[in-house]
Design a protein around this ligand. Structure first.
Ligand SMILES: N[C@@H](CCC(=O)N[C@@H](CS)C(=O)NCC(=O)O)C(=O)O
Length: 210
């Protein structure tokens, strides 16, 4: 297998997932800053032009960090990051979807339309006038998530899962691009510090070894 890695949040989600899985996979780095991912060589890997991607041993390519994580969990079930029973897996996916559909996608698009505009306007359709609204929705939905947070310590209770990884990485990214989250949220704040204290949080800032 070969990971197409990059200095960006979706690849960092995968890196943190791999670290928690204690999995070391060969990797190459794609320079998303200069747009290497939008050139023909990488488009032949992923026609969507996005990172991360995973080349399988049969040369087929998987994209979408969530799909790659699901694939790796099936190949390497332990340590468990999605679930070891149908109910656990469904629970993780429930929180994962709440996180992606309501929060991280909004953070991501708001970034494309505001702080990342000059980089992205030549790559994707951009709607600068939507940026402030998207930022507000992400913050509102984070409050909504905070209200639904159970007794913790993680989104799925006692289990640390991929849903925690995704939310953590994107909130951390948000803080670096003028989308800080509300530091008074009673559940998300201690949860964020708890996840930040995991070695994989710091280590995932570093690109995979090539
Ligand atoms: N939904 C995709 C998003 C992939 C994505 O947007 N990747 C970004 C980095 S976070 C990227 O490659 N951006 C560079 C570009 O779009 O040109 C996933 O989770 O894998």
């Amino acid at each position: 297998m070969l990971v197409y890695d990059a200095h960006s949040p979706a690849p960092r989600c995968l890196r943190m997932f791999l670290l928690e899985k204690q999995l070391q996979l060969p990797a190459v780095t794609v320079d998303v800053m200069t747009g290497e991912n939008r050139q023909s060589a990488y488009l032949a890997v992923n026609p969507a032009g996005q990172t991360p991607a995973l080349r399988l041993d049969n040369n087929n390519i998987l994209t979408e960090a969530v799909a790659i994580a699901e694939y790796l969990e099936e190949l390497y079930p332990a340590p468990v990051l999605i679930g070891s029973t149908p109910e656990q897996r469904a629970q993780t996916r429930q929180w994962w979807r709440r996180v992606e559909l309501n929060i991280t996608e909004f953070i991501h698009n708001a970034y494309h339309y505001a702080e990342g505009l000059t980089r992205f306007e030549s790559r994707i359709p951009v709607v600068p006038e939507a940026a402030e609204g998207l930022k507000r929705v992400a913050q509102d939905r984070l409050r909504w998530l905070d209200n639904m947070f159970g007794t913790g310590p993680y989104l799925c209770g006692e289990r640390f899962t991929a849903a925690d990884i995704w939310l953590y990485v994107w909130l951390d990214f948000g803080q670096s691009v003028n989308q800080p989250f509300d530091q008074s949220l009673p559940n998300i704040n201690p949860w964020f510090d708890r996840v930040a204290a995991r070695p994989s949080a710091e280590q995932s800032k570093t690109l995979l070894k090539t």
